[in-house]
Design a protein around this ligand. Structure first.
Ligand SMILES: [Zn+2]
Length: 418
């Protein structure tokens, strides 16, 4: 065990050296499990999966019609700060196409799996399609975009809420929600079945989403494949522990995760003669070197669609039904012209306007006005995105406006009172 701890420590060290880590879902799930109620729900999902797998082994029917291909309606919420983060429809569609190739095992690179593992590979019989009806049955492209003043997002779910300048989830019983944003440090993370409905789905970095505009190592759309694996109840192949258990019978035990792109047999955890299955989507190997889900992983994922399963409600989603309302969508808010405060006119004699429209989180903050000697001469509470400031009572001279908000952004502006 001591050796195991050293190995894990070593791998953690290597991970911190790489610029972007593929997945933070394990840490995310551990946070969820610290809530006793959530823990009970997630454990209940695991019991359900085990029960369904046992039933399948004993030949009992799943309750799902045989031979159907599951179609999952997808909504992509693009939350951008800079133009490059505002990814195109084409980039989104390239991701959906990639998902369908990999989940149906129609990708050419399945031939890259070594012969001794290839027969374990599975067509998961799951497909993905951008929604054509939104939760109110209005026509949609399945893609929505919103400007945010936030420059980087953490794996803390804030991007999933409009109140945090992100975008709210669509009903997660009926849609797979995918948020694409500038995710800090990680390529992606996913909620597991049994998580909170408003936080259900994946968050993927715009540099790892789709097959265009993506970063080296993440350019084939497989981050989303991996994260959907989690969303459908799969664990990492190393079971998030030294020689841990991923709950799947046909994935070999392996010591820890794989990074980069190995091409030799790697024996760990007594898994001779074939070693680690590092070409599995649920490892952290580069996109170019992962190419399979196993039959055991497929069985776990499909169990969730059995009657009563955590993802079974998606089968009756209306997201892919024809919309009932073809109303023309209202134009979205225009992108702000500036990404910082604007003060005008300057110089001024009686009143100035402070334009804070790029970030509504300034509302409620106090602005301190100081003179050249550093004395506080006036305070103004921000009540509007275009805040008027009455300076008629100030003496002529040079002044500064200063304020700060929770994310650490501060403003300091100079003005001249005539
Ligand atoms: Zn993962």
């Amino acid at each position: 065990m001591k050796q195991g701890i050293i190995t894990l420590f070593f791998f953690a060290f290597v991970l911190t050296l790489t610029a972007q880590v593929k997945c933070s879902s394990y840490t995310y799930q551990q946070q969820q499990l610290s809530d006793p109620d959530r823990n009970a729900t997630i454990q209940g999902v695991e019991r359900f999966i085990q029960d369904r797998l046992t039933a399948a082994q004993s030949g009992r029917p799943s309750g799902r019609p045989d031979g159907i291909i599951i179609k999952i309606p997808v909504v992509v919420h693009i939350v951008y700060h800079t133009p490059v983060e505002k990814i195109s429809d084409a980039q989104v569609i390239s991701q959906i196409n990639a998902l369908n190739l990999y989940f149906r095992r129609r990708n050419a690179d399945t031939a890259s799996a070594p012969a001794y593992f290839r027969s374990l590979g599975a067509d998961c019989e799951i497909e993905f399609q951008l929604a054509i009806s939104d939760p109110r049955r209005r026509a949609t492209s399945g893609i929505e975009r919103k400007y945010t003043p936030v420059t980087k997002w953490g794996a803390d779910d804030k991007v999933k809420f409009s109140s945090e300048t992100g975008l709210d989830a669509w009903d997660s019983k009926s849609y797979l929600n995918i948020w694409v944003c500038n995710l800090d440090k990680f390529a992606g993370y996913a909620s597991f079945p049994g998580g909170e409905e408003k936080k259900d789905g994946l968050v993927i970095s715009y540099t790892a989403f789709g097959t265009t505009g993506t970063a080296a190592g993440y350019s084939l759309g497989k981050t989303a494949v991996h994260e959907i694996g989690h969303w459908l109840g799969l664990k990492h192949t190393w079971g998030d522990d030294y020689c841990g258990d991923d709950g799947v019978g046909d994935t070999p035990k392996q010591a820890s995760y794989t990074i980069g792109c190995p091409n030799t047999i790697r024996i760990t955890c007594s898994n001779a003669p074939y070693g680690d299955m590092y070409m599995n989507y649920m490892d952290l190997t580069n996109d170019a070197c992962i190419n399979m889900f196993t039959k055991g992983q497929k069985a776990r994922m499909l169990a969730l669609f059995d009657p009563g399963g955590a993802r079974s409600t998606l089968l009756s989603s209306k997201g892919l039904n024809m919309p009932l309302f073809m109303d023309i969508p209202l134009p979205g808010e225009e992108d702000p012209k500036w990404l910082h405060p604007q003060l005008y006119p300057n110089p001024a004699s009686s009143e100035m306007t402070l334009d804070l429209s790029y970030d509504f989180r300034w509302i409620g903050k106090i602005i301190f006005v100081t003179n050249l000697q550093g004395q506080n001469v006036m305070n103004v509470q921000v009540t509007s995105k275009n805040q008027r400031i009455n300076i008629s009572k100030l003496q002529a001279g040079v002044y500064f406006l200063a304020a700060k908000k929770e994310d650490g952004e501060s403003m300091k502006l100079k003005f001249v009172k005539l």
